[in-house]
Write a protein that binds this ligand. Sequence first.
Ligand SMILES: Cc1ncc(COP(=O)(O)O)c(C=O)c1O
Length: 332
Amino acid sequence: MLEHGGRLLQAVKRYGLPRERWLDLSTGINPIPWQGLSPPAASWNRLPEDDDGLIEAAMSYYGGPKPLAVSGSQAAIQALPRLRPIARVGVPEPGYNEHGHRWKQAGHEVVPLASDDFAAALDRLDVLVVCNPNNPTGERVAPAQLLEWHARLSARGGWLVVDEAFADSTPETSVARFADREGLIVLRSLGKFFGLAGARVGFVFCAAAVLETVAAWLGPWSIAGPSRLVARAALSDRAWHDATRQRLRTDSLRLSEVLARHDLKPAGGCELFQWVRTVRSLEIHEALARHGVLTRRFDTPPSLRFGLPATADDWEHLEGALADVRRLEVPA
Ligand SMILES: Cc1ncc(COP(=O)(O)O)c(C=O)c1O
């Protein structure tokens, strides 16, 4: 299994601080989730049904063709490599490491690519995976560019997979609405912007034939009934979407300024996290952990990702920890 953020219980054991003393900034999950519905008891008792309005709510929110609901976009990341003959697959590096891992696991040849190298590599690839924005760098590719790459790949029977897990704050950058085009596959998640990572709900947008193959591969009832109800209501809450976009923009900017003030100026990021490159990533990660602040550390390149604090106490906790770490003269 690969390493991921959000392993708070592991941190509790490792650093010996009780759970309530931790500020978990190790993921890009919105720390103030959508909370408009408690699933009724009956939703635990009945099998989930496909025609419960979830798909319509998703089409209206994302603006794409009819999607497939999946148990987190991770389910699609694992299924897609099983549905193609052996291929050369470009994946972002650094990037969400599950993509390369799952394609490799299914026997494909994986080519790790810096985002600047996507265009040059395209004609030698069968599949290109782009995270837009990228995690952890925050790099973005313009929709027109993605569509041009898609046209080149699909002309040879190739796929462009666009992982839009972090795109909810910038819906204008999404290519989901073009996903009825053969060979364009768009993945969405309710785990990040909506803060519903535990509900395990995501969507795949693509042409009908591939959609049916993914659906057949995953089988029936892949999402829990209570999760379906919560997801449908969250996708339909326009007022919350607007207010949350605003709040995340403000908080992300604030996080970037706080880090810069403590000599950790971000090299990239998006509305849900900031990414700091530093050769001292290990020392800083450890020092922050001793102050009860959990970050996500990356080896290549050495860097740290910081998610957003939620409350005034959280911001104070982070500021205090960063000031103490700097006082220990851990140079960035
Ligand atoms: C870029 C990216 N895509 C997809 C996922 C999977 O998220 P989920 O399965 O919760 O939709 C993650 C999780 O961290 C991610 O960072």
